[in-house]
Design a protein around this ligand. Structure first.
Ligand SMILES: NC(=O)c1ccc[n+]([C@@H]2O[C@H](COP(=O)([O-])OP(=O)(O)OC[C@H]3O[C@@H](n4cnc5c(N)ncnc54)[C@H](OP(=O)(O)O)[C@@H]3O)[C@@H](O)[C@H]2O)c1
Length: 318
């Protein structure tokens, strides 16, 4: 397969490239910021999602069989403050990619998020109506809708949630800060592995229950989606939901760290103030059944994901 990945220096994109190369696929990756820190033995094409003509030209030039579109802005405060710019990058940019894919007959896998949901209804599935509570979720939901409305497009939307893991293309960019979402997993892993206390914010305004998803595992789900022939929405995230404190304890078990280092803490006041206008879904607990059937496997549960991550961690750092 000739695979074009956007956001290849990101956490998810780097894991897709790594796995797809191991499986003998030909890779083209767009590059936006700094050059990848690993050895690049694939095509790299500089691309800014703001430049829609360049997006179309790049996809037409490389003529991939499949595009996996991971590139996105994830900074909620930046998005909130720069809505026109982010809409142009995230929604119009995704539409430009979709149009180019349709024109050359490539399949598009668009990476979306569990934050298209409000976190107030349990076990929502791929057919449940979205109800985003922040601008990021609104943009993801808008793109999902756009793809469905584009006649002749061969596409799958792979929703992810709380992704953790190693960014193989840029290990120095590891997200090691505490957070309101489920990206706090990496912070906890680093802190515990270093024998340092890990504060786990317990609200208000945290995504308390979600589906932690190992980046290399969702890379496999997204590659399966790339080769699937069905159009529509797919839940490619970890198959088990868990709350933040219990997850931190499972991390301690997987990394043989001291659980006494886990400190349930009230959400930082300065962060709460910064985020006061931005909604965070509280309990995103979803069904993965339909996707597991369609793609031939369910993604890892919490224990499986952490065990696999421990192995990756040890192999990478030792
Ligand atoms: N992480 C999660 O917990 C999570 C959960 C649900 C869904 N998702 C979705 O999964 C996808 C991948 O997320 P991730 O965690 O891998 O994010 P990430 O590590 O921040 O990677 C984002 C990528 O987008 C690229 N990018 C940013 N702005 C760009 C622009 N203007 N033009 C072109 N490329 C640009 C970045 O390039 P540079 O590195 O060069 O800046 C980076 O490669 C996203 O669509 C995200 O919404 C993630």
């Amino acid at each position: 397969m000739r695979l074009y990945v956007t956001g290849g220096t990101g956490l998810v994109g780097s894991n897709i490239i790594r796995l797809a190369r191991e499986r003998g696929n030909e890779i083209i990756a767009s590059q936006y910021g700094p050059e990848p820190e690993w050895q690049v033995d694939y095509e790299l094409d500089p691309l800014d999602l703001a430049d829609h003509d360049a997006i179309r030209a790049s996809i037409r030039r490389y003529k991939p069989d499949v595009v996996i579109h991971c590139a996105a802005i994830l900074d909620q405060l930046f998005m909130f403050a720069n809505r026109e710019l982010c809409w142009s990058l995230m929604v119009d940019g995704t539409r430009a990619i979709a149009e180019a894919c349709r024109d050359i007959g490539a399949r598009l896998v668009f990476v979306s998020s569990d934050w298209v949901f409000d976190g107030r209804v349990d076990l929502v599935d791929e057919s449940s109506p979205p109800n985003p509570v922040n601008f990021y979720g609104v943009m993801k939901a808008a793109s999902e809708r756009d793809l469905g409305a584009l006649d002749g497009l061969n596409y799958g939307v792979g929703r992810l949630a709380g992704v953790y893991g190693l960014n193989y293309a840029a290990p120095s960019l590891a997200r090691m800060e505490n957070g309101l979402g489920f990206d706090f997993s990496v912070y906890v892993i680093y802190r515990l592995a270093a024998g340092l206390p890990a504060e786990v914010w317990t609200g208000p305004k945290v995504n308390d229950v979600a589906h932690p998803t190992l980046a290399s595992d969702c890379a496999d789900m997204l590659l399966r989606l790339a080769q699937h022939d069905g159009n529509g929405l797919f839940h490619c995230f970890g198959s088990e939901a868990i709350n933040r404190i219990d997850l931190a304890h499972q991390i301690a078990t997987a990394f043989e760290a001291d659980p006494a280092l886990i400190m349930p803490t009230r959400t930082d006041e300065a962060v709460l103030d910064e985020m006061r206008h931005i909604g965070i879904p509280y309990r995103t607990r979803m069904s993965t059944e339909h996707t597991a059937k369609a793609l031939g496997r369910r993604a890892f549960n919490v224990k499986e994901g952490l065990a696999a991550f421990r192995k990756e961690w040890d192999e990478f750092w030792n």
